[in-house]
Write a protein that binds this ligand. Structure first.
Ligand SMILES: C[S@@+](CC[C@H](N)C(=O)[O-])C[C@H]1O[C@@H](n2cnc3c(N)ncnc32)[C@H](O)[C@@H]1O
Length: 351
């Protein structure tokens, strides 16, 4: 294997590789021309379960060593395409992801608590609340409410909230937290089940919200078909998504450094799958015990499903971190990617 000067290319499954961040830091900090591939190779070899990753490093290095454009290129893979292919064959992805959310309920509740994380507070909530604009006494349906984070925010604003999730464990967690003004009622309901959805009450809700959950659902066609009937005339449906174009299971975060007389660094996102819906294993939180499924769909899938079921689009916002937002991880979402939105918020109105 070639060792020594030249361009370096490292690829890894960061979410699964305990050494990934360390190696990334190592490359960033090292004088780039001194990093020896043998050192990286040894570091990877210490973890035999990531043999596939080792092969990737060697392959990519050899291919890339003839390309003198990049001096240093780090590629962050949220999950490997090989996993994606394997997961497409899951016999029951709905049950798989339900089991995962039951298993992850405790960690999710501990992490999101009442405060949420920056992804929620900076990217999602400001647009969600402005699109929903909840008025005193209005009745909001919180779809796939998790530990009730958004339900509590809405109840604090004096909206009446009916909240549901298919994870009994998460609903238990939600119930143990404060219930502002006693305005929230929680239910275990599966959004893929027509009868359970209908039991929430026809023409009952002024608005519906789903924060970061539609891509967690194996099927959203049932929900989109039933929801208009649960809403009052003119009712709205606001939802947020990890941006299907830039933040999906195939996304790779890339940092490239160029030397054309001065050193320039470019951060970008590379996408290899978008048009055809598929499912892939992934992590919502780095320390969750079980990966859940991500059900990836192109943006037109969501919009057309809304149009076909009697909604019109009357609000749309793509959200990114401001340029001065610090990177928590070298290639994680943050200010370095301020030109690329990891989240989007949609408002539909029933006509
Ligand atoms: C990323 S979490 C978001 C939770 C919550 N909306 C929040 O903002 O904190 C996704 C949620 O979707 C729920 N979920 C996934 N599929 C579901 C389904 N078919 N019916 C109801 N909830 C579902 C999961 O249990 C999980 O709580």
């Amino acid at each position: 294997m070639p060792v020594g000067r030249g361009p370096y290319f490292l690829t890894f499954a960061a979410s699964k590789h305990p050494r990934a961040e360390l190696l990334c830091e190592m490359l960033l900090q090292a004088s780039s021309r001194q990093v020896r591939m043998t050192h990286l190779y040894d570091a990877f070899r210490m973890d035999a379960t990531h043999l596939l990753t080792i092969v990737c490093v060697i392959d990519v290095y050899i291919v890339n060593s003839s390309n003198c454009l990049c001096q240093k290129s780090l590629v962050y893979k949220r999950s490997s395409p090989v996993d994606n292919l394997l997961m497409d064959t899951q016999p029951n992805p709905h049950q798989f992801t339900r089991d995962a959310w039951e298993a992850n309920a405790e960690v999710w509740d501990a992490r999101m608590g009442d405060e949420g994380n920056d992804f929620f507070n900076i990217l999602c909530w400001p647009a969600l609340v402005s699109f929903l604009d909840p008025q005193l006494g209005q009745h909001v349906l919180d779809i796939a409410c998790g530990n009730g984070l958004t339900s509590r925010r809405l109840a604090t604003l004096r909206a009446k909230v009916t909240a549901f999730d298919f994870s009994a464990n998460l609903i238990e967690k939600a119930k143990t937290r404060e219930n502002p003004n006693s305005l929230i009622s929680y239910h275990v309901v599966d959004a893929t089940d027509e009868q359970q959805l209908l039991s929430l009450g026809e023409q009952t809700f002024d608005s519906a919200l789903s924060n970061m959950a539609l891509f967690d659902m194996a099927d959203i066609e049932t929900l989109f078909r039933i929801l208009p009937g649960l809403l009052k005339p003119g009712g709205i449906f606001v939802f947020s998504l990890t941006h299907p174009c830039f933040n999906n299971s195939s996304s790779m975060h890339v940092m490239e450094e160029f030397d054309d007389g001065e050193i320039k660094t470019v951060y970008s996102v590379k996408i290899s799958r978008y048009m055809t819906p598929y499912s892939a294993k992934g992590l919502a939180l780095r320390n969750q015990p079980k990966p859940q499924m991500y059900f990836e769909r192109p943006l037109q899938y969501y919009l057309n499903l809304g149009f076909q079921n009697g909604f019109v689009l009357d609000g749309f916002e793509e959200r990114s971190f401001p340029p001065d937002y610090p990177q928590t991880f070298p290639l994680g979402w943050g200010g370095k990617f301020s030109e690329i939105p990891p989240a989007l918020i949609v408002r539909f109105r029933k006509v």
